[in-house]
Write a protein that binds this ligand. Sequence first.
Ligand code: GUN
Ligand code: ZN
Length: 446
Amino acid sequence: MSTTAIRAAAVTFRADPFLHEPADCLVYEPDAVIAMDGGKIADFGPADEVLKRLPADTLVLHYPDAIVSAGFIDTHIHYPQTQMVAAFGEQLLEWLTKYTFIAEQQFADIGHARSVAGVFLRELLRAGTTTAAVYCTVHPQSVDAFFEESSRFNTRMIAGKVLMDRNAPPALLDTAETGYRESQALIGRWHGRGRQHYCITPRFAPTSTDAQLDVCGTLRKEYPDAYVQTHLCENLDEIAWVRSLFPARHSYLDVYAHAGIVGDRSIYGHGIHLTEQDFAICHETGAALAHCPTSNLFLGSGLFRLFDAKQAARPVRVGLGTDIGAGTSFCQLQSLNEAYKVAAMNGTRLTAIHAWYLATRGGAEALCLENTIGSIAPGFDADLVIIDRKATPMLDFRDAYCADIVERLFVLMTLGDDRVVRATYVAGQRVYDRDAQGERFSYPAA
Ligand code: GUN
Ligand code: ZN
């Protein structure tokens, strides 16, 4: 394979700014070259050094006025809910029955699933997101449709079939036994195929019996490198319901711990109303939380205590999630915009360094992929987003008044959205080009 390269300013992280001096964590290179070969980053550094050592025939694409970052990572999102973003007026439990469970029934039809998967993956790429932890529906064909399209783009994706054997419409129910068999078959079909990873996906405690949650624990034991994702402590009515459904368990998290699904590679959506003991258990076991601010504000669920979760004495892995369709934007810059405000409501300050870390390396750490994605460094997957810092008249104007890169990153996360994403690279190939004449998306050459 031949080497190609990108030239632009670059930002990436060498460590977690919640645990180390933030200024030491940020790597900023005002004129960088990133060389890519075989889907990986082959070289990265100041242009005047890297250009000298590149193979003579290297194609160098220059993006002036741009900042290149590792592709954004979305640790919690539902692809079947793309069609119902911005559903009016309800909190979680009513929102699920009134909108979500209606939309998800349509994914029995693989044609529908394929068409939504196509829109969904393009929206992610348009937002600069290159890896996501994705909920499909209870229908195995919804998973096939998703992974087929992700394989075409060669995106590194984590996804799975939802398991639900109670408290949902009959058309969306499986059983402990069919949920087990169908998940097993999907793991066999997709887990580790190219860049696809399987995720065992019980929706949340209220829609699974003990028997079904136990099956998820069995699957996790049988496939220790597969993921687990579910929801946890999002809404007060939900938490009260879990208490009444599982009276023997001393907390919501304990329901999952009892089933054997808390640990490395398990990702819990929301975690808004967690206790100190819950945070300690997440820390000890390596379980991750997905902070989904646009969703939490939209559904009125509450304010995630990010700086509490990340306390240096017992830090919990935290990634950022859009939680489409309860969330309101595919773009992680908008998640950061709202994360800043949620932090402010908690009396804390989310700096641009903390924020961009969360959207990149922090997400990779939450997914136990910190040695593969989420950073710009040789050997990492060449998944990159090119950010146009002058994408709108307002950004162009405001940029002129930025004193340094930290201010620039803060302005971008506050004012920026999908319009700033100039291009997205997946495994070294440009799959989205905002300014292309004609088709802006392309599958990488096989
Ligand atoms: N809890 C259980 N299912 C869901 C869902 O689809 N979205 C959100 N935000 N919370 C949930
Ligand atoms: Zn969710």
